[in-house]
Design a protein around this ligand. Sequence first.
Ligand SMILES: CC(C)(COP(=O)(O)OP(=O)(O)OC[C@H]1O[C@@H](n2cnc3c(N)ncnc32)[C@H](O)[C@@H]1OP(=O)(O)O)[C@@H](O)C(=O)NCCC(=O)NCCS
Length: 208
Amino acid sequence: MNKNDCIIRLERTEDFREVEFLVRESFWNVYRPGCSEHYVIHALRDDPAFVKELDFVMEKDGRLIGQNMFKQTVINADDGRDVPVLTMGPIGITPELKRKGYGKRLLDHSLEQAAALGYGAVLFEGNIGFYGKSGFDYARRFGIRYHDLPEGADDSFFLCRELIPGYLDGVTGVYQTPRGYYVDDAEVEEFDKAFPYKEKLRLPGQIF
Ligand SMILES: CC(C)(COP(=O)(O)OP(=O)(O)OC[C@H]1O[C@@H](n2cnc3c(N)ncnc32)[C@H](O)[C@@H]1OP(=O)(O)O)[C@@H](O)C(=O)NCCC(=O)NCCS
């Protein structure tokens, strides 16, 4: 990847539809037949937890090829505190440009900007194969548990990276996914009708 062949900038109102289209293409049939992420970002932009200063798009040759966004949430610490942290995503790269380094570049830039704004840590659900290359580790190693996960259940999807070194020192507790990520399937179906038809397929590797 040529480092100068694209720019990363904040999303603008006039990008919204193109970004939703991009996210739909990027996630379609990856984790489930079809996807809900294009509706999730549509809904999250109006959520009070949404961080406008960290709402990024990647532009190449006049079109959008990637996006990433952050929300504020908390760790309910075992000592009673609510420790403010960020959560991230969805992050997506247009299908024909996946695995060429654009995702990592967008991720690393986003994290640098989040650190520059003074945020202490980022936690979310993801694949260590991709995020591990940008400094993420399993959240359990920081003493943070995923909400509603039974004792002993596989938590290897739950990742964490400190943006301020030592930010989570002395913190153990339960991370909360912002409510805005939970969307109603019927609303997703309705929203999806405004996009061109795409076939939903049951494919190996899907998790829902
Ligand atoms: C996940 C995604 C954002 C990664 O972006 P990308 O541009 O394809 O990834 P990159 O080329 O920057 O990959 C960087 C490194 O991570 C690895 N990687 C990328 N995706 C991976 C995956 N799904 N599993 C394991 N490793 C992965 C790459 O092999 C690469 O390693 P290398 O530098 O040693 O070659 C992109 O593939 C995508 O949009 N996927 C569909 C939507 C999605 O799953 N989003 C994430 C939700 S948590």
